[in-house]
Structure formats: structure tokens, C-alpha cells
Design a protein around this ligand. Structure first.
Ligand code: SF4
Length: 349
């Protein structure tokens, strides 16, 4: 594949990194301690966002398959592979514990292709001593230290508070749509690579949203699972009078808990750890946000699909499980299932 690093203007509006270059960027494949990346003077670039907001995400998946990645494998992985090539990213932070074995294999493939892969682990069991060692090791690998990274945490906490307010405006005042909530939360993974710009945009959005008339709706829905690879789900739900008041994993990216240091912050972040930690968070938010039902999105060929059984056993609201493979729209079968689910929720009252 022949790709060149695009001009700033070619980045999606919400993802413009500061002075992007293959040299100063650190590609990330999931939410990681970006405080350390910023403290080291590098720019985090969430490859998921680059992939999914590309004009032709399906083409990126196909290019990865042309390069040898299997068809019967998670399409996000293939998108990450192509996004790395497209931006000619030279350094990628690879989560080798707490993510998935597909990512693990991707790191090896990228490493063989000349990408500098920096390993990071979320220790099983949320062990804070081990996590501290991982954070320090990452700081050392990127040429910074934890004192600087903790100072960046202070800055990012202030910025994340605007996104927490966007989340509050979604569920308490219904002035932000589920899709807007999704976009803002998901964008906290790399803060567009430009914290100042991100904060400015988030503040402006909050001010504008506060003046809005609340979204009219008859059903309050929670979305759990990884962000969808297919577009149009939120729009479709909105058209049915549904307000998505909770985006589980996306909200986790925004670090929703008040914490004193990075070790506490990244041990409370639920995504890389066991399903029961996620279940606890979801159950609490179902109650707090008065959620009538849940859509559990699962990605084809992803091990996380197995957690569906944990959520079905542990949650006392109806759950619709939706599975997608590749980028595209909501197909006819999905539409029918969603419509029937929403109708059932409406009848339950
Ligand atoms: S969707 Fe699942 S398999 Fe794909 S990258 Fe994410 S965790 Fe890995």
C-alpha cells in the first residue's frame, strides 16, 4: 500500500492533531495513558478514529486483506493496520495485556514492518503496584517522567470535565443526542491530539447545548459494548423516538471518576479489565439514568461477544444484542430487530 501522511485539512474536523507528522505521532489502538504521551511531547493519534472517520473505511479494511490479514478476523484490526500505513505512523503504543490477542498479533505484524512498537500492559486484577511500574516504564520509553505526566493529568482532568458535562446534558437534560455524546466521549481517547483546541470546542459545544430544547423521546436506551463499526445506528434510533442516554465504553474513555493520580485513574477505567467491573458500572448507570433497555453491540470475531451472557444474567433490563462485521450502514435485518425491540420497550412503559 502506498500512503502518505495527509495534510492537517484532510483530518476529520474533530481529530486534527497538532502539527501532525509521522515522526511526532504515537499511534494508539485503544485508550491508553495519553497524559504520558503528551508529557513526552508526542501527539497521540487514535487509529480507530482515523479509520472509522475515513471517507472509505471499507476500502481500508479491504486493503488490509489485500496485504494478507484474514477475512475472518475483526475488521477494526484491519482498519487499524491500514490507518497506521495511511498515516505512515512510525511509533505505535501496543496494549499487550488488557486488550485482545488480535491487537497483540497486529503489533507483531506492524513491528515486522518497521514500526516502533512500545508495549503497555493493564495488569490483570487492577494491581496498582504493577500498573505504576507499567506507567513509569512507558514514561521512560517515551523519554519523560511521571511527575510531568501527573501534571498533564491535572490539565486533562479540567478538559474532561467539559465532556462529563456533555454527558450530564445528555442524560439529565436531554439536550445532547446520543450520537453527539458518542462522538465527544470517543474523542477523549486522543483529544484530537490538541488539548487546547479540544477544550475550546468542548466549551463552545456545552454553551450551545445548554440553550437547546430537550430531545423529544419515548424510550431511554443504553448502548454498551465497543463503539459500532457501522454508521447510522444513532440516527435510526432517534427516528424511532429513542434517546440514547448512556454510551458505556465511550464514557469510560473520558475517565468519568474523580481520581488522585494516574494509577488510580487507569485502574478504575473498566474496559481493559474483567467483565464484572463493567457490569457493576453498567448496572449503576442503568438505575441512575432511568434506562428502559440496552443495545449490546458486539463486533464479529471479537472475544468480547462472550460477555453478552454476563450482561444478560446481571442486568434486569431487556437487552438487544447487535452484531456487525464491516463498516457500512444499518441493514434491513438490524432495522427490523431494533424496531421490534423499541416497540416492546414502549409497550412495557
Ligand atoms: S473489537 Fe474485539 S477483536 Fe476487534 S480490536 Fe476490539 S477487542 Fe480486539
Amino acid at each position: 500500500m502506498e500512503f502518505v501522511f495527509p495534510d492537517t485539512t484532510e483530518f476529520p474536523a474533530l481529530l486534527v492533531p497538532k502539527e501532525p507528522s509521522p515522526e511526532n505521532s504515537v499511534g494508539i489502538t485503544t485508550t491508553v495513558p495519553i497524559e504520558i504521551i503528551f508529557a513526552s511531547g508526542h501527539v497521540p493519534v487514535d487509529l480507530n478514529n482515523i479509520f472509522i472517520t475515513d471517507d472509505e473505511p471499507l476500502w481500508l479494511v479491504e486493503k488490509a486483506e489485500d496485504a494478507g490479514l484474514p477475512r475472518n478476523n475483526c475488521a477494526w484490526i484491519k482498519g487499524l493496520f491500514s490507518a497506521t500505513k495511511k498515516l505512515n505512523i512510525k511509533k505505535v503504543l501496543g496494549v499487550i495485556e488488557g486488550d485482545c490477542s488480535n491487537t497483540h498479533a497486529l503489533m507483531e505484524v506492524l513491528g515486522e514492518g518497521g514500526v516502533d512498537v512500545i508495549p503497555f500492559k493493564y495488569p490483570y486484577g487492577r494491581d496498582r503496584t504493577l500498573l505504576r511500574a507499567q506507567l513509569s516504564g512507558l514514561a521512560g520509553a517515551l523519554g519523560t517522567d511521571m511527575e510531568k505526566a501527573e501534571a498533564v493529568k491535572g490539565e486533562l482532568d479540567r478538559v474532561r470535565a467539559h465532556v462529563h458535562e456533555i454527558d450530564r446534558l445528555t442524560c439529565e437534560e436531554s439536550k445532547v443526542t446520543g450520537e453527539e455524546n458518542h462522538i465527544w466521549n470517543v474523542s477523549t481517547s486522543d483529544m484530537m491530539g490538541n488539548v487546547e483546541l479540544f477544550e475550546e470546542k468542548a466549551k463552545a459545544f456545552v454553551e450551545e447545548a445548554r440553550e437547546r430544547i430537550p430531545v423529544r423521546h419515548t424510550v431511554r436506551l443504553g448502548y454498551i459494548g465497543i463503539p459500532p463499526i457501522c454508521g447510522g445506528i444513532y440516527d435510526f434510533l432517534e427516528g424511532l423516538g429513542v434517546h440514547v442516554v448512556f454510551n458505556e465504553i465511550q464514557r469510560q474513555f473520558s475517565m468519568p471518576y474523580k481520581t488522585d493520580d494516574l494509577a488510580e485513574q487507569y485502574s478504575r477505567y473498566t474496559y481493559p479489565y474483567d467483565a464484572h467491573g463493567r457490569l457493576e458500572d453498567i448496572a449503576c448507570e442503568v438505575k441512575r439514568r432511568n434506562i428502559h433497555g440496552i443495545i449490546h453491540y458486539v463486533q464479529s470475531f471479537c472475544f468480547r461477544n462472550i460477555f453478552d451472557t454476563v450482561f444478560r444474567k446481571g442486568l434486569d433490563v431487556p437487552i438487544l444484542t447487535l452484531e456487525c462485521d464491516r463498516p457500512g450502514g444499518v441493514d434491513g435485518q438490524m432495522r427490523t430487530r431494533i424496531e421490534a425491540f423499541v416497540e416492546m420497550l414502549r409497550k412495557r412503559g
